[in-house]
Design a binder for this molecule. Structure first.
Ligand code: C5P
Ligand code: ZN
Length: 437
């Protein structure tokens, strides 16, 4: 049982320490949770009437610490919680993180220091919300972006607070991606979780399905999206879809169609930002395609940024599809894990997302996927399932030791972790990793 009270007290201490800062530098991670939590810190500082600067990074490496060594006040968000270099910095540091750590000398608000699992119960955005008490909607977006689904533990408490503040709303509904923004036929056509037999990948069949349910695909000039439907139409549509799955021998998968969804009523209606899942994909598109600043602007409510973000989203989807396609054709089974060598093919910014998308060939094994980063180092991403974690697997710990053994750095969560190792050390790393899982 985790010590929630202790964690909240630590968050209050972090808030007080930050309130004593003048113009801190926020150093945040570049993925969805990093951008949400970084923006949340920025909004929190604005509320405190403070100026700040922001630096979004892919990793906490030697180059980063060299660059920020002259800073007087730093707030690390979704990053550096396990970096010993933080203690060597001259300035005052506060760390808001949820990656596995034993802590250091710097003041750190991190669930792991209080026996709470930061991999499944609270994201960095959730931690930042507990510290700054503002923008609960971003806390939910960050958690969803870090695949903390459904929301339990401290995430759940944040959700409840967000609902009381009118910033978030949860309900049980059709979970397919694109409920807010995709024309109905496209929502079905691109569905991959679960795959819809006879519909996924076949736009004509999807149109036909919608006509049979007697729903107008267009309202005037506007394509109908799921969220535009009346409650009755939603029920009719979802029931027809469940029936379709059963008729095609996928009665079990039909259950995956429906579940908890998180709506954000204060964000622009029927936009990517009014649904936590779509919002999180948009942020990943910005961060992982080298435009994190755009993601931050979107979080902070800049409408022009949203328009630009949509273009990146289209590119992100194309990259993911190509990466997944390559991974599905080229994975190999190395005994203890499945391996995808994406070097020269898949960008290091999305290799982790692609690894998480490879399901069927994994046969209950963890996946290790590799790419090359901008400095020519090997970027490693690993993903496990909840069942493997329940059976004792801890990828963060495995990567810390196996990457460390070959002169690299690694860490993260028990279910999702990453590392960076020198080029030329891959074989050695894979042997070490196999020993540690
Ligand atoms: O990069 P990737 O998405 O695979 O990372 C998975 C998780 O591991 C992320 O939460 C990331 O912050 C963490 N990680 C880490 N240390 C590293 C690399 C990744 O804590 N050296
Ligand atoms: Zn995170």
């Amino acid at each position: 049982m985790g010590d929630d009270e202790g964690f909240y007290r630590r968050c209050a201490e972090a808030r007080e320490a930050i309130a004593r800062m003048n113009e801190p530098l926020i150093v945040n991670h570049f993925d969805c949770d990093g951008l949400s939590s970084g923006s949340l810190a920025a909004l929190g500082l604005q509320k405190m009437g403070k100026k700040y600067r922001m630096k979004t990074v892919r990793k906490a490496d030697a180059a980063l610490f060299e660059e920020i060594k002259g800073e007087r006040e730093i707030i690390f968000v979704d990053i550096a919680g396990a970096s010993p270099e933080v203690d060597e910095l001259q300035g005052t540091c506060v760390v808001l993180d949820h990656h596995q750590t034993k802590g250091g000398n710097a003041l750190q608000a991190n669930p792991h220091l209080f026996g709470i699992d930061g991999g499944s119960e609270i994201s960095a955005a959730g931690v930042a919300y507990c510290v700054f008490q503002t923008a609960a909607d971003l806390a939910i977006v960050g958690a969803v972006g870090d695949i903390q689904y459904p929301l339990i533990g401290l995430n759940r408490k944040n959700l409840e607070e967000g609902e009381r503040a009118g910033e978030v709303l949860h309900k049980t509904d059709l979970k397919l991606y694109g409920r807010m923004t995709r024309p109905l036929a496209n929502m079905l056509q691109y569905a991959d979780e679960p795959l819809l037999p006879g519909l996924t990948g076949n736009e004509e069949a999807c149109s036909h399905f919608i006509s049979r349910v007697k729903i107008e695909q267009k309202r005037g000039e506007t394509w109908t999206t799921y969220e535009m439907l009346s409650e009755d139409e939603k029920k009719k549509f979802t029931s027809a879809l469940i029936e379709h799955m059963s008729e095609n021998g996928m009665g079990n998968a039909a259950e995956e169609l429906v579940g908890e969804v998180y709506l954000l009523p204060l964000r622009p209606k029927l936009s990517e930002l009014s649904d936590a899942q779509e919002f999180s994909t948009l942020l990943n598109a910005c961060g992982r395609n080298r435009n994190p600043e755009l993601g931050v602007k979107i979080c902070m409510g800049d409408e022009g940024a949203l328009v630009q973000g949509r273009a990146l989203l289209a590119e992100h989807r194309r990259n993911l599809r190509a990466g997944l396609d390559f991974a599905m054709r080229n994975w190999i089974d190395l005994g203890k894990f499945v391996f995808v060598d994406g070097r020269g093919i898949i960008d290091d910014g999305i290799i982790g997302v692609v690894a998480g998308m490879v399901y069927a060939p994994r046969r209950g094994k963890p996946i290790v996927a590799v790419a090359v980063d901008e400095e020519g180092k090997i970027k490693i991403s690993t993903r496990a399932t909840k069942a493997q974690v329940a059976a004792g697997l801890n990828l963060g710990a495995a990567l810390r030791s196996s990457a460390g053994a070959v002169g690299g750095v690694g860490g993260g969560h028990n279910i999702a972790a990453g590392a960076s190792i020198p080029s030329g050390k891959l074989d050695e790393f894979l042997r070490e990793f196999a020993k540690s899982v």
